[in-house]
Design a protein around this ligand. Structure first.
Ligand SMILES: [Zn+2]
Length: 468
């Protein structure tokens, strides 16, 4: 060992794990690297569902890699390069396996470029998510509209849109480049970086300033009416409704006031560079998705009665903090996202209806036993389909129970501390319990564990008369 003191022999390159061992989605995600950014391009042409597409994933190796995989379910993979050199590849199931010409060193940053064809007709249901019995929910990932399309990728369908490490614990920055006929508009997460006209086609480039998870990406093309406003601290609030929609502007224009309400309630500034809402001309009535920086709704939502719609708008807005900025480390942690969104939705709707927050939560509590038996406890749900709605109510009740136990001031400090510690990252259930214990200065583990993992509804602190 002459002259090489301190340099351990490097581990030989091996294959990255083909999944991340998620309990609810055992095939999802890929090991051996950490995605840093994606640069996704689409060429949209009316009348066909296929699009020439490409993605460049920049990733950092977390081991020496002889080969690795991405989640991918696209019509056709044309070519794959790693750091500019052609790489061998094969597809199997919903995976793309890549063998670079030379192994990737541990800790190295590397670029994977994939040329592919996407087909918006190729929209198989998730192999893992089952639509709950009795639920009429047209679960589709590609939303084809009369003059374009949009995304609904949660929880595990974003890899129909682009090959990726499709796992919420591996966040990355996104750039979307979409070329459309010039009478259409392309919108996406983040801010518009450039808009270049060439002949009768326009290329829109949108980019996020923050890391976001794959399942809440959004790219939409169509004829849109843009509604520009300014939120607190000069935040750009840029929303899009289908040009064909009559009305809806009044509700969309409530967005800056909702942001101001939530900032004040949480005592935390809005997480992202921009916000807004997107209405898609689709049959997704009643379904909304917290796509980062721009929440997505069925456009018809915005012509429904205000008192029904605004709490849902606040729900998706809250997700920008919890779910988008603080994303979930695994799918078992989904209550951190849905519980918070539902909690602040219920708080907002109580104020709107001039009833007490407790009265609003009492109605959720009355249904908790049913909810728990249908979906399982919020931090250990029965199946993958439960990630969509199964932790909403029980997650919110958990937070309310904590609020009632520790009081308003301590609860707010727990929320602020948790958010401040994990924004821009992802968090697990245990992270929230740790923060709660530390901030409250007492051991709340068994209290929170009963709410999060129990099969029976615990008693609600301060409300001995409530019956589950
Ligand atoms: Zn939600």
């Amino acid at each position: 060992m002459l002259g090489v003191a301190g340099t351990a022999a490097a581990a030989p390159p091996t294959t990255g794990a083909p999944n991340l061992g998620d309990r609810l989605f055992p095939d999802l995600g890929n090991g051996g690297y950490d995605a840093q950014s994606y640069d996704v391009s689409y060429d949209y042409r009316p009348g066909v569902t296929t699009m020439d597409s490409s993605v460049v994933m920049r990733a950092r190796a977390t081991q020496a890699l002889s080969s690795f995989s991405l989640d991918a379910l696209v019509a056709k993979i044309g070519s794959v390069t790693v750091d500019g050199r052609p790489a061998a590849f094969r597809t199997a199931g919903e995976k793309l396996f890549v063998t670079p010409a030379a192994p990737v060193r541990d800790h190295a940053l590397f670029d994977v470029r994939i040329e592919y064809t996407s087909d918006r007709k190729l929209d198989p249901p998730s192999p893992t998510v089952r639509v709950p019995p009795g639920m009429d929910w047209p679960i589709k990932a590609w939303i084809n509209t009369p003059d374009g399309f949009g995304f609904m990728g949660q929880p595990d369908r974003a890899h129909l849109f682009f090959p990726a490490n499709d796992y919420p614990g591996d966040k990355a920055r996104f750039t979307f480049r979409v070329t459309t006929p010039s009478d259409l508009t392309a919108v996406a997460n983040g801010s518009l970086v450039s808009k270049d006209l060439s002949g009768d086609r326009t290329t829109y480039v949108w980019r996020t300033a923050s890391d976001i998870p794959t399942d809440i990406t959004q790219v939409a093309v169509g004829k849109f009416r843009e509604i520009d406003q300014t939120g607190p601290h000069g935040l750009p609030v840029q929303s899009f409704l289908p040009a064909s929609l009559t009305g809806g502007d009044d509700l969309v224009r409530q967005t800056p006031a909702q942001i101001a309400w939530l900032e004040k309630t949480l005592g935390l500034p809005f997480p992202f560079q921009r916000y807004g809402v997107l209405g898609l001309d689709s049959d997704y009535d009643g379904v909304a998705l917290e796509t980062a920086t721009m929440s997505t709704f069925a456009a018809a939502t915005f012509v429904q009665p205000a008192d029904q719609v605004t709490p849902v708008m606040v729900h998706e807005l809250t997700h920008q903090y919890f779910g988008d900025s603080v994303s979930v480390g695994s799918w078992d942690d989904m209550w951190l996202s849905e519980g918070h969104a539902t909690y602040y939705q219920m708080l907002f709707s109580a104020q709107q209806r001039n009833i007490t927050f407790a009265d609003n939560m009492k109605s959720l509590y009355a249904e908790d036993a049913d909810q728990r038996s249908t979906w399982g406890p919020p931090a250990h749900m029965r199946n993958a389909g439960a990630t969509l709605v199964g932790s909403d109510a029980a997650g919110a009740l958990t937070l309310f129970a904590l609020h009632e136990l520790v009081g308003e001031q301590t609860f707010q400090r727990i929320e602020q501390t948790f958010y401040t510690q994990f924004h821009g990252r992802s968090a697990h259930t245990q992270d929230y319990i740790d923060v709660a214990n530390r901030v409250a200065g007492r051991d709340l583990t068994s209290f929170l564990t009963a709410w999060l993992y129990g099969t029976a509804t615990p008693a609600m602190p301060g409300h001995p008369d409530w019956k589950a």
